[in-house]
Design a protein around this ligand. Structure first.
Ligand SMILES: Cc1cc2nc3c(=O)[nH]c(=O)nc-3n(C[C@H](O)[C@H](O)[C@H](O)COP(=O)(O)O)c2cc1C
Length: 187
């Protein structure tokens, strides 16, 4: 079957090279609204979005996250962390840090739904997006509380990951092959 929503879902790909130009405010607002309209367990709506468009703070988050990841066992992550040129946000002009209310029923799952809704909304507007788990290393580290405060994350909320947003400098095509045998039917 074909319709606009299915087309957008199928054509969404992670953007890893962004134009420096900032996205339009109306695009940002539409993307955030799509996040707010995600489903959530118990209708908790336990998300909190922190929009960061401050290059200095983004640079700091990039450097500090890499510093933490330099000691990781995972070879690929370690290699990225030790690469001076690697920027965890791929120099996107906007990031949205997604935090969840810790006493909600399933906050991390709800926030993942919100992150994906934002990525799909971004694609529908031809805005590039990248789910960023890397910055989560910093939030989970000993410096996590310091950055929660610096980012003004409300009390009782835990930052999990971020969504990077910006116009696509390079358009990824050719979605990775889908793994087979991941669906069973019991009818
Ligand atoms: C929980 C999660 C964390 C991710 N973290 C990162 C990340 O830190 N950096 C990155 O470049 N991509 C990250 N991604 C994007 C995946 O690498 C990407 O979705 C996957 O390779 C499939 O490619 P596609 O999005 O183009 O279909 C993350 C995706 C998810 C779901």
């Amino acid at each position: 079957m074909k319709n606009q929503t299915l087309e957008v879902i199928r054509s969404r790909r992670t953007t890893r090279k962004f134009k420096p130009e900032q996205i339009k405010e109306e695009e940002l607002q539409a993307i955030l609204e799509a996040g707010l309209y995600s489903p959530s367990a118990h209708n908790d709506q336990p998300w909190n979005f922190t929009v960061i468009q401050n290059p200095k703070l983004m640079d700091e988050l990039n450097k500090e996250s890499k510093e933490i990841a330099k000691n990781f066992e995972d070879e690929m992550i370690k290699k990225m962390a030790n690469n001076e040129k690697f920027n965890i946000f791929y120099k996107a002009p906007t990031i949205v840090v997604v935090s969840g209310r810790e006493d909600a029923m399933m906050p991390e799952t709800d926030c993942a739904a919100a992150a994906e809704n934002m990525l799909i909304a971004a694609e529908s507007l031809d805005v590039g997006g990248c789910w960023n788990g890397f910055v989560g290393f910093l939030f989970k580290s000993a410096k996590g509380d310091e950055y929660k405060e610096k980012l003004n994350i409300p009390k009782g909320y835990k930052p999990y990951y971020a969504v990077s947003l910006g116009y696509k400098e390079v358009r990824a095509t050719n979605a990775p092959q889908r793994r087979e045998n991941t669906i069973q039917y019991i009818r």
